[in-house]
Design a protein around this ligand. Structure first.
Ligand code: PMP
Length: 387
């Protein structure tokens, strides 16, 4: 008699099926064959010397993409949220003051992360599409005297590229989210005096989701390595991660966790593609394709959510939901008839926008036309109700 009384599930006896989709939302974006092939290379051990070489290459690739000389540069095993938590958990201790600017969902998330680990969280809030002036930031910093100030560079929920990142002098650590903007909109970590910067693998870098580059400068390292108590997370503790990435003074790397080996192969390849292309070419390409897309959207009679061109995020465009339409019907139509993914808003921008992302490999006029054709077709066929 078998002790196995739960049979193999039906679904597991069928082959895996994955459709081809045009990922024109805010991420993940389509992964080019070269990066897919890198991820399909045979696995090696996460502690093999060849893997250390690949991790060293990744560090160099991130330093180029971030424009930083920071030694403490690495990739998180996990998505963008892992980097958000790593940044906050390591640099803030319970009871310390944190200032978070919120102009979309990402500030909301960071505020919650900081609150959960016991920080005293202060927020500055604008509705989606809004941004913070240097004066507003300086005033809030003087009032709350935080140890950490957070700002989102590319607010993907609103489609906003924040102006003046780093123009003020911050008497605290300055943490910036570039998950949706890295490689698409100019950002220079060292020159803009950003203390901690992170991004994600799955947007303009076009790697599969699941790894997240992050970098800490000397000031950030000083704060996080002189704590009174250990960070709340073992997995995200930078004393361990810095060793895993060969960034500490120990002569040997020790086992901490098993990194996503295939994910790191793919991330290396995506950073290599960016290095070959050149950051400035990548920024230019995103801006040119975005302008082409913006014109096409306006030619369809639609309105862009961010009025000022210079405030628009080139990687994620937000369209004001056209009068009379149900945005969910438009999205469902494009998915069903064109295999095109666009998405609605997120957090405070839900019901305000439709989001179109053309990032990295997806960033071409050809794909902009594909997105515009799908949109035009959806507008033609979805019911328009008069209110
Ligand atoms: N920040 C921004 C600006 C983002 O666009 C995203 C992903 N949409 C994240 C953070 C979170 O990244 P992830 O989904 O990889 O955890």
């Amino acid at each position: 008699m078998s002790s196995v009384n739960i049979p193999p599930p039906e679904c597991m006896l069928r082959p895996l099926e994955v459709p081809y989709r045009y990922l024109f939302g805010p991420g993940p974006s389509n992964v080019p064959p070269r990066i897919l092939a890198a991820g399909a290379r045979p696995i090696i051990g996460h502690l093999h010397t060849e893997m250390y070489e690949i991790m060293n290459d990744i560090k160099r690739g991130i330093q180029y993409a971030f424009q930083t000389n920071n030694h403490m540069t690495l990739a998180m095993s996990g998505s963008g949220h892992t980097a958000m938590e790593c940044a906050v958990f390591n640099t803030v201790e319970p009871g310390e003051s944190v200032l978070v600017s919120i102009n979309g969902v990402w500030g909301e998330r960071v505020a919650e992360i900081a609150e959960r680990m016991g920080a005293k969280v202060h927020t500055m809030v604008k509705s989606p599409g809004g941004y913070f002036t240097t004066e507003e930031i300086e005033k809030a910093l003087a009032k709350h005297k935080p140890v950490l100030f957070f700002l989102t560079h590319g607010e993907s929920s609103a489609g906003l590229a924040h102006p003046q990142v780093g123009s003020g002098e911050h008497n605290c650590l300055f943490l910036v989210d570039s998950v949706a903007s890295l490689g698409a909109s100019p950002l220079l970590m060292d020159q803009q005096k950003i203390d901690i910067l992170y991004t994600g693998s799955q947007k303009a870098l076009n790697a599969p989701p699941g790894t997240a580059p992050i970098s800490f400068n000397e000031r950030a390292c000083h704060k996080m390595f002189n704590r009174k108590i250990k960070p709340v997370s073992y997995l995200l503790d930078m004393t361990h991660l810095s060793n895993y990435w060969g960034n500490d003074s120990k002569s040997a790397r020790e086992y901490h966790h098993t990194g996503p080996v295939s994910g790191f192969f793919a991330l290396r390849e995506s950073l290599a593609i960016l290095a070959e292309k050149g950051l400035e070419n990548s920024w230019r390409q995103h801006r040119e394709v975005a302008e082409y897309l913006w014109k096409g959207i306006e030619d369809l009679g639609l309105k862009l959510f961010i009025k000022d061109k210079d405030l628009r995020l080139p990687s994620v465009t937000t369209i004001a939901i056209p009068d009379g339409y149900d945005w969910k019907e438009l999205l469902a139509y494009m998915m069903k008839h064109h295999q095109v993914e666009m998405t609605g808003g997120l957090g405070p921008s839900i019901g305000m926008v439709i989001r179109v992302g053309l990032m990295g490999y997806n960033c071409s006029k050809f794909n902009a036309d594909k997105a515009l054709t799908a949109l035009a077709d959806a507008l033609k066929h979805c019911p328009k109700r008069r209110g």
